[in-house]
Write a protein that binds this ligand. Structure first.
Ligand SMILES: [Fe+2]
Ligand SMILES: [Fe+2]
Length: 333
């Protein structure tokens, strides 16, 4: 009989950590069966869950406009987009499941307010132009955030992001095209597009998270190569991409301090209202209550679908087991 002494266990842990660290340093992917530090696993579950929750809660503000889309073409595009977001949620819940957590458990935590989703979805969609502003700015910010995650050290998360980013780039373009049509339309349509951009610009900048010196998880996530760039770097990249696009749209960004800085080769921009960010994060945004109530209701209303799917799966397993038992019997007879 062998007993593992404390010293022996420590040596095993040190070996495993060294293998893990070397794989991360060599830009190799960590896969579900590989050993990983508990904190790495917990960080990934937290981040992937938050990301998955954002995808499905994010369906609400836009789905709000499906019945009121101004044409059949716009309606078909919007339905497809909202459906894509549901799909993104599914890929991500599946990625989280590879870390040993169930989708059920994650949804329970979301519904109980114990896990978060992106605060951007706690703002209302007041006009049709908001659908365009969300596509252009919110999906645009999401892409800037998510493209580097395609190179994340955890394999299933990185692979899910490759497909998600392709779809997000379609979302961003449809938003841009929608805003361009409004911007070149009547005076009232142009004003509607401008108003939507005015309301979504600052919350989009907040999507990159708190400034680097206040971001509690950033340094460790960068060391583990879950995150590749800091919040402030990504925010700056987004601003630099958005400015010429706003010009092409014929719309202005609501920031009097926004200007090109020749020396830095980047745009300077005004101060973000972090009080608003923390307030919405704490649950006091305009739609926090509505979003989570609607999510809980959708979950309860969908219980019969989950029950039916589980009953079908059980029946299927039963039949396959009976059939293979019968085949075995016939083979030995
Ligand atoms: Fe998405
Ligand atoms: Fe999207």
């Amino acid at each position: 009989m062998t007993t593992v002494t404390d010293a022996g266990q420590t040596a095993v842990d040190a070996d495993r950590t060294a293998v893990f660290d070397a794989a991360v340093a060599a830009d190799e992917r960590i896969e579900p069966r590989d050993w990983m530090p508990d904190a790495y696993r917990a960080t990934l579950v937290r981040q992937i869950a938050q990301h998955a929750h954002s995808e499905i809660i994010g369906m609400q503000p836009e789905a709000n406009w499906i019945t009121r889309a101004p044409s059949l073409r716009r309606k078909a595009i919007l339905i497809a987009k909202v459906q894509d977001e549901a799909g993104h949620g599914l890929y991500l819940y599946s990625a989280a499941e590879t870390l040993g957590t169930s989708r059920e458990e994650l949804l329970d935590k979301l519904h109980a307010g114990r896990q978060k989703y992106s605060s951007i979805f706690n703002y209302p969609t007041l006009t049709w132009a908001d659908v365009g502003a969300i596509g252009w700015l919110v999906d645009g910010a999401a892409i800037t955030n998510q493209v580097p995650i395609c190179r994340c050290s955890y394999g299933p998360y990185a692979r899910a992001m490759v497909r998600i980013c392709k779809e997000e780039s379609f979302h961003q373009r449809q938003g841009f095209e929608l805003l361009l049509t409004l911007s070149r339309g009547t005076e009232a349509q142009h004003a509607m597009a401008q108003d939507a951009v005015n309301r979504w610009w600052w919350p989009s900048l907040m999507m990159f998270g708190p400034p680097d010196d206040e971001s509690s998880h950033s340094a460790q996530s960068m060391a583990w190569k879950i995150k590749r760039h800091s919040n402030d770097e990504l925010r700056q990249r987004f601003v630099d991409i958005a400015v010429p696009q706003a010009e092409a749209l014929g719309l202005t960004l609501p920031d009097p301090d926004l200007k090109w800085n020749e020396e830095r080769g980047q745009h300077d921009f005004g101060a973000i209202d972090w009080t608003e960010f923390w307030d919405v994060l704490k649950g006091n945004g305009p739609c926090n209550e509505q979003r989570i109530t609607q999510r809980r209701t959708a979950h309860e209303d969908g219980a019969w679908v989950r029950d039916a799917a589980a009953a079908h799966a059980a029946k299927h397993t039963e039949r396959t087991t009976a059939r293979s038992a019968q085949n075995e019997q016939e083979a030995t007879a």
